[in-house]
Structure formats: C-alpha cells, structure tokens
Design a protein around this ligand. Structure first.
Ligand code: NAD
Ligand code: MG
Length: 398
C-alpha cells in the first residue's frame, strides 16, 4: 500500500489521477489533496478518499471546506496557503506526490516534495520552465525521483533505455521527436485566428484538459514549454529536440537512435495512461483507458509546424537560445496573456505579441537561485500586465 498526495486534485490531471487510484484501492491510499478554490469538488473528493489533510489556496475556501467536512462528520484536517501546500507535498505518509497544479504556482509545492525525497509525478511543466536547472539539482541532491506525466515526456521516458546517462547522446540517442496535435486551429485560415473565442480555443480536438493548457495547445506555446521541459528532464539540447505535427495524437512522442531505430509510444489520447505508468513504474497497472483500435485510427499523419501560424513556438525556441531567465519571462508573460484572453480582455493572436513585447522589455539575466527566479517571475507578470493594459486601451476590448 503506497501513500499518495495529489497537488491540484480538482483539476483535469488531478481528477484523472483519482480515477486511476480508485481502480486500485489495495495499492494506493490518498494522504493529502489540494485545490485552489473549488470547495464543492474538494468536499466530494474528501468524502470519497478520506485524506488525512486537504489544502485550499485561501483561508476563505479553507473555512468553507472545514465547515462542510464537519457537517458530514469527516475528520480530514484542513490547511491553507503555500505553507499548507508545502506540508501536503512533504507529508511523511505519502511516498508519491502528483504535481498537478497549473502554472508557476506549482513550483514551490513541487520543490517541497523533491526536497522531501518523494517520487514526484510531474505534470506541472511550468515548474521546470521556471526553475529547471535548480529543480533537477535538488532532485539529485535529495534522492528524489521524477516521473514525467506530460504525455510526450512520458512517451520519451518509455522509449529511452533504463538508467539513461546525464547526456542523452551517451546512450546512443540521436534526437527526441516531440509530437504535437496542432490544436483546434491547425487548418483555420490564419486571418480568422484574431477573432477566435476562449470556448473555441478550449475545445481541443483530441484531449480534454484544463483551460490554460488548452489555450497553450492552440497557440502551441504548450509545445514550446514542453521543449524546455524535455531539455531539463532528459539533458537534451534544443537542437536534439524536434517538434513534429501529428494531428491524430496517437503517437505521443518518439526517440531516434544513432543506428536509425525510431521508438514510439502509442495509445489513445487519455492522460490516465501516463498517470498509471508513473504511479506503478516499473510495474504496469490497469488505467481504464480503452485499447487502441488501429483499424479505426487507420492513418497517422505528420507535418512540420508552421511558425507563422504558431509564433509562440518560435518565441519559446528563442527563449531557449537566449538562456538564463528568458524562459521565466516567457512563462510569466504567457500566463498573464492567456488569463487575459480567457477573460476576454485580449485577442487570441495578441497572446504571442504580449509575450514577445514582454521579452523585449526585460533584460535576460543569468540567475539560478530561487529568490531571483521568483522575483523575475513577478516582474515578468507586472510588465506583461502593463502590456495587456496598454493594448486594451488602444484596442477598446473589454
Ligand atoms: P486544471 O486547471 O484543470 O487544474 C489545476 C489544478 O491546480 C486545480 O486543482 C486547481 O485548483 C489547482 N490550482 C490552480 N491554481 C492554483 C494556485 N494558484 N494555487 C494552488 N492550486 C492551484 O489544469 P490541468 O489541465 O489539470 O493541468 C495541470 C498541470 O498539468 C499543468 O501544468 C498542465 O500544463 C499539466 N498537464 C496537463 C495535461 C492535461 O491533459 N490536462 C497534460 C499534460 C500536462
Ligand atoms: Mg503534453
């Protein structure tokens, strides 16, 4: 019986994780759950999984949750804020921690799990985008273990030889082929992109996901963040990572070796596969995902990504090239721009231009300490907010 903490349990990945866990009550026990403000969702999860602790981001939600729990006679202890998240992440009874908070807000809780030497199931790619070097160093220093949940990285992990060296090339790997669906606007005429709505952007053709990552998939900033994530997880240079458009999302990524072999991991697009893989690794458990019906899939297509359609992908590659804190700024500006788009203060195609303008306004530094990284993250958000604000005034949206 293994103890599990789920950070971000009410989100898309959190719910899928609990779905897999519920199929194996003899294997996993939920120790802690955390959410931002979905009190109703958390209450239901506490009723079902009886965690020792539940954490809400703010005290108001925590108080509401505590009241609801006591009315139902559930003895889960309620905590709040960053301190509560860090306690949940490092709680001794849980050997496994799922990091499924969205955005840079997930960094400190995930780091707390790493510093407590946990097996970290990492969905929160933004943690690596903001603090990849420091994060990986802490994993090594504390004997923690990272298993990638992002479907592409989980696929790469499955296609790599066990115990891969720090440099991929030392294991005979030539390059990583990261697949990308291209999102809901892959074939839409480019001039129509400016007027797409949040609902259209969140209607992903293959995957059901949270709103932020859905927008990131539509702009392909998601793939840009994933290139950075792969760089840190697998010690691959940007030139060793190629993005391949693959609209069916059946091949989740591939690894090419020097002898010409290309290994791929295939499956239905359902996050319960990588979640179950990482939970049980190196064993395998049932995930609830349907068998892949290749006759129904019938064909697999591949294409090059068009950087005019997806300027965010280009910005991400440029940020990797620029190094230092460029990816922290990229991520902060993107979070602000996506939020502005989702609340209809910004047009879809302006997401890329807000990120670009923010990057141009901020100098890139060579910082690796946590304090400076968090500071740059804050500054990046403030600059991006200002850029959005100026655009709202000139365009009259909102
Ligand atoms: P989501 O928006 O559905 O859920 C996010 C969770 O984090 C919720 O439980 C929410 O309450 C919590 N949360 C949000 N902001 C918070 C804050 N400031 N403090 C504390 N908790 C907070 O997101 P998701 O789609 O589940 O994605 C989670 C992470 O996994 C993201 O980093 C995303 O990029 C990554 N990911 C998701 C998918 C997917 O299929 N959904 C696939 C690959 C990677
Ligand atoms: Mg992914």
């Amino acid at each position: 019986m293994k103890g599990l903490t789920v950070l971000g349990s009410t989100g898309s990945i959190g719910v899928s994780t609990l779905d897999v866990v519920a199929r194996h009550p003899e294997k996993y026990r939920i120790i802690a759950l955390t959410a931002k403000s979905d009190v109703e969702g958390m209450l239901r999860q506490c009723e079902r999984f009886k965690p020792k602790i539940a954490v809400m981001a703010d005290t108001e939600s925590a108080n509401l949750l505590a009241k609801g729990l006591s009315q139902k006679g559930i003895s889960t202890e309620v905590l709040s804020g960053l301190r509560g998240l860090e306690i949940a992440a490092a709680i001794p009874d849980a050997e496994i921690v799922m990091a499924a908070i969205v955005g840079a807000a997930g960094l400190l809780p995930a780091l707390a799990a790493v510093r407590a030497g946990k097996r970290l199931l990492l969905a929160n790619k933004e943690a690596l985008v903001v603090a990849g070097s420091l994060f990986m160093a802490e994993v090594a220093a504390h004997g923690a273990e990272i298993l990638p949940i992002d479907s592409e990285h989980n696929a790469v992990f499955q296609c790599l030889p066990p115990g891969v060296e720090e440099k991929l090339t030392a294991s005979g790997v030539k390059r990583i082929l990261l697949t990308a669906s291209g999102g809901p606007f892959r074939t839409m005429p480019i001039e129509q992109l400016a007027s797409v709505t949040p609902a259209q952007a969140c209607a992903h053709p293959n995957w059901s996901m949270g709103r932020k990552i859905s927008v990131d998939s539509a702009t392909m900033m998601n793939k840009g963040l994933e290139v950075i994530e792969a760089h840190w997880l697998f010690g691959a240079d940007a030139e060793e990572i190629q993005v391949v458009l693959h609209p069916q999302s059946i091949i989740h990524s591939m690894v090419e070796y020097v002898d010409g072999s290309v290994l791929a991991q295939l499956g239905n697009p359902d996050m319960r596969t990588p979640i179950a893989h990482a939970l049980a690794w190196p064993q395998r458990i049932e995930s609830g995902v349907d068998s892949l019906d290749l006759f129904q899939v019938a064909r697999l297509d591949f294409d090059q990504p068009d950087l005019q359609r997806y300027p965010c992908l280009k910005l991400a590659y440029q940020a990797i090239q620029a190094g230092g804190t460029a990816s922290v700024i990229l991520n902060a500006a993107n979070e602000v721009a996506v939020e502005a788009f989702l609340s209809e203060r910004l047009g879809f195609t302006e997401i890329a231009s807000v990120v670009d303008e923010t990057l141009q306004q901020m100098p890139v530094e060579n910082a690796e300490d946590l304090g400076t990284l968090l500071d740059i993250d804050r500054q990046g958000r403030a600059v991006a907010e200002q850029v959005v604000h100026n655009r709202v005034i000139t365009s009259g949206i909102g």
